[in-house]
Ligand binder design. Sequence first.
Ligand code: ZN
Length: 120
Amino acid sequence: MIEQNYLCAGNHQGAQIIMVSFDPTLKRNQRLLCQKCLDDLQLPTKVEGFQKTLDSIQDIDNVLKILDALIKVVTDWKMQFQQISKTKIVYSFLDELESLVYRQQHYKQQEILERINKMN
Ligand SMILES: [Zn+2]
C-alpha cells in the first residue's frame, strides 16, 4: 500500500500533486509538484504526471507481489523436493539393509553347508 498524503515541493497546503520531477539533483521532498510549484518552476527539469508515476510505483508493487508469490511457490517446491529426497534416502537405506541381511543369511547358510561338507 502506497501512502496517499503528500506535500508538494513548495509546501503549498492542500494543493493537489500533479507532477513528479525526476531531476536527480533534487532532494526527495522536492520531487512532488502542484500547479503552483509548476508555475514557480524556473529550471528545466524532467517531470512526469503524478498519476503515471503512482501507477508505475503500483506496477512495481504488483511485480514484487508476483515475485513474492513465485518465491513462495519455489520455496514450497524446494521443501517438497527435500522431503522426497529424504524419503528416497530412507528407502534406499532400507533396501541396503535388506540386501545386507540377505547377504549375511546367505553367508551363514554357506558356512553351515561347508561345515556339513567337512563333517562328511
Ligand atoms: Zn506546490
